[in-house]
Write a protein that binds this ligand. Structure first.
Ligand SMILES: NC(=O)c1ccc[n+]([C@@H]2O[C@H](COP(=O)([O-])OP(=O)(O)OC[C@H]3O[C@@H](n4cnc5c(N)ncnc54)[C@H](OP(=O)(O)O)[C@@H]3O)[C@@H](O)[C@H]2O)c1
Length: 427
């Protein structure tokens, strides 16, 4: 087999894993790696020259494939653009750059007869991208739904299993290296939003601008919510989903949800990812596995590189690998149109008729209650937990706004959507 010459930008967590795996692939020759700080001690002996100038990699005419594992939007975007223009194939783990610039980058790749592989950008070691792109090609995908962030899943699992607060569980995730010092990308849902943009492009042909994705993180989830969820037969998970809302709109959301304990997503624990893909022919499939980490992510990068290197021998192969992605962005449905049941936890002043008044306000806004539970009166008032029936988010919000103006309301502590299994299997 002819040797394929590779270049790489980044030799951090993922890059080190890639170097280790590539050492077993003798037909792949890593010629040069660009890093930020060339003098930094490395946990592996670099198998080739390091450089602090990425253009020494990008502009090297012998390098056919650029592995980008530096991350972030800039300057990675510029490096990828330039490499594509120089007709180099890209293998990347960079969800942010693809989610924000996918339409432009895939067009640039097509125009230059090269391709972009990105298995590692979503769900790390779980082969989700190739499953949707190639394995389910005969299907019209109706929904992709799942737990797409291992850090938040670890935090929520830990809150439930050990009874820790959000802050303590986040601290533990940071100590174990699952969460960054600045955890915002994970806990505020940005990371999942980027992944949903990419999954939407594969499933429906158009990327979704990350800022048009409805996004709620898990910072406000309290130990009381985790306990109440269990009592009602649910587990709190950060769920991302993309589905066709109407012929010309997608519904794309990331939000904490109460998932029924009997549903496969409730069983996805620790830092794992779990994704359901529903197609009209296959029905629903579930993929579960490590969504991040050095070796699982390197597995995806090197898997892509091996596939790419084999294909390089075929004439005009790039078009075979191009996902059918359009240059326009997808249009998304208004967040208020989403319909689901809700779980609410609130504290109210303990005087007669309060529950009746809540019922009247909900009725005015077409919110039907499935159950309402009042717990013992504490100094801070009565604690009420409500589960509603299906309601449009706009109606729920209108009812909550009216409640907030009532003198008996002390606090609305939590408002969490409830996951219905049919969300993941709408046809
Ligand atoms: N870590 C995971 O579990 C995981 C999972 C899935 C996807 N990913 C994605 O994989 C990518 C890499 O993540 P990582 O965790 O390996 O990151 P990381 O540990 O922070 O490593 C980043 C690497 O990029 C280099 N770098 C940064 N800026 C550079 C610049 N301007 N020019 C040249 N090199 C530069 C750094 O150089 P120095 O070493 O000199 O500082 C470092 O080697 C990201 O897109 C991330 O989202 C990571």
């Amino acid at each position: 087999m002819t040797r394929v010459v590779l270049g790489m930008i980044g030799l951090g967590t993922v890059g080190v894993g890639v170097v280790n795996l590539l050492s077993q692939e003798h037909h792949l020759s890593l010629k040069r790696i660009a890093v930020k700080n060339i003098g930094k001690p490395r946990p592996v002996k670099p198998p080739c020259l390091l450089t602090a100038d990425p253009y020494e990699v990008i502009d090297d005419p012998e390098i056919e494939v650029l592995i980008e594992v530096m991350g972030g939007e800039t300057p990675a975007l510029e490096y990828i653009r330039r490499a594509l223009s120089k007709r180099k194939h890209i293998v990347t783990a960079n969800k942010e750059v693809l989610a924000k610039h996918g339409p432009e980058l895939f067009k640039l790749a097509r125009d230059n007869g090269v391709t972009i592989f990105f298995e590692a950008a979503v769900a790390g070691g779980v082969p989700l991208i190739s499953t949707i792109h190639k394995g389910l090609e005969a299907n019209r995908i109706s929904a992709v739904t799942g737990i797409l962030n291992g850090t938040t899943n670890f935090i929520l699992s830990r809150m439930e299993e050990v009874g820790e607060s959000f802050a303590a569980a986040l601290g533990e995730a940071q100590t174990r290296g699952f969460a960054e010092a600045d955890p915002s990308a994970d806990v505020d849902g940005y990371d999942v939003a980027y992944k949903l943009s990419i999954l939407s492009a594969l499933a429906y042909g158009r990327f979704v601008r990350p800022d048009s994705i409805y996004r709620e993180g898990i910072r406000n989830i309290a130990a009381d919510d985790i306990a109440a969820a269990q009592e009602f037969g649910y587990r709190v998970k950060l769920v991302g989903s993309t589905c066709q809302f109407s012929p010309d709109k997608l519904s794309v959301r990331v939000q904490p949800m109460l998932v029924p304990l009997t549903h496969p997503l409730a069983a996805v624990s620790g830092s794992n990812n779990g994704i359901l893909v529903a197609g009209h022919a296959v029905g629903e499939i579930t993929l579960v596995g490590p969504g991040a980490g050095q070796m699982p992510t390197a597995s995806a990068i090197v898997g892509d590189t091996i596939n790419l290197a084999s294909a390089l021998m075929l004439p005009d192969f790039a078009s075979y690998f191009h996902p059918a992605v359009e240059s326009e962005w997808a249009t998304t449905a208004d967040a208020g149109e989403f319909v689901c049941p809700y779980y609410l936890r609130m504290a109210v002043a303990d005087f007669p008729g309060v529950i009746g008044r809540i019922g009247t306000i909900f009725g005015t806004h077409n919110v039907s209650m499935q159950s309402i539970v009042q717990r013992g009166v504490k100094e801070k008032g009565a604690r009420i937990t409500i589960v509603t029936q299906d309601v449009a988010t706009s109606n729920m919000n209108a009812a909550l706004d009216e409640l907030r103006s009532c003198n008996f309301l002390l606090e609305i502590a939590s408002v969490i959507s409830i996951f219905k299994p049919e969300f993941s299997n709408v046809h």
